[in-house]
Design a binder for this molecule. Sequence first.
Ligand SMILES: [Zn+2]
Length: 125
Amino acid sequence: MGTKNQTSRREILEVERRQVMARLQGLREAVQIEVDTDPEEGDPEVHEREKNLTLIAALEGEMLSIESALRAIKRGTYGICERCGEPIPPERLEVRPEATLCVKCQADVERLLRRGIMRPRTGRR
Ligand SMILES: [Zn+2]
């Protein structure tokens, strides 16, 4: 876990963040345009809008992961699980550079989220 490695990870994350941001912007605009449709009518546009809203929620989640990974890099805690403090295997960071939880904690958190015990951390105002 050298400094050089951290720098390239940050670059990867910055690029990813820009891409997610651009996609989010496009989707949010699309959703706003369709805001006039009447949900009672079963309009195909409503279906499209729902799909977009689901996508927006997924991308917002991704954005939060990317941002917390970037914060971790700044703090110098990148590569360490936020939940249990164990190091996250480099193979995992290779596949998911935005990961801030180890595989075990990620699975735990996802299980809790599915059960509705834990609420997802959203950045909504
Ligand atoms: Zn963990």
